[in-house]
Each structure stands twice: as C-alpha cells, then as structure tokens.
Design a binder for this molecule. Structure first.
Ligand SMILES: [Zn+2]
Ligand SMILES: [Zn+2]
Length: 83
C-alpha cells in the first residue's frame, strides 16, 4: 500500500492525499509536480527511478487506510540530481 507522504521532499510543499500534483518513484520518494519537472527532470534524485503521478486514494478508502504523516524533507535535493 502507498504511504501517501504528506509533503514534497524537495521544497516541503504540502501534498495532501487528494493532490494531483504529487509525484512518486517506486520507493515512494515524493515530490511536487513543479520540483519533479523543473528541478529533477522526472527522475528521482535518491534512486534514479522514474517519477510518476501518485494516484489519488478515494476518501472512503482513506478513512480505512489513512495517509502517512511522516514528512520527508531533503533541502539539498536540488543539488543532488541523479547521475
Ligand atoms: Zn517541491
Ligand atoms: Zn526514489
């Protein structure tokens, strides 16, 4: 199950479970669409994996399986590009 982390790892912007701006890699490193696109070029800086849009979990499912509240923030992510 997806963790649905609460914010962008790069700029710490809030990314609520219903956000369509959230991008994740296969390990669920989580970024906003702006950072994923403009800063990271669609590639996760941690694992070099592909960033894809995080699917929105419907509210009923969210009640049973709440989103993670564990915020991950790496302010140096912009200087730590893959490759
Ligand atoms: Zn961001
Ligand atoms: Zn990753």
């Amino acid at each position: 199950m997806l963790e649905l982390r609460p914010g962008c790892e790069c700029c710490d912007r809030d990314l609520p479970p219903a956000s369509r701006e959230a991008m994740i890699c296969t390990f669920e490193c989580t970024f906003c669409a702006d950072c994923a696109d403009r800063v990271l070029g669609g590639i996760c800086p941690n694992c070099s994996g592909e960033l894809v849009r995080r699917p929105v979990r419907p509210e009923a499912a969210l009640a049973r399986n709440p989103a993670s509240t564990r915020r991950v923030f790496n302010p140096d992510c912009a200087t730590r590009k893959a490759g």
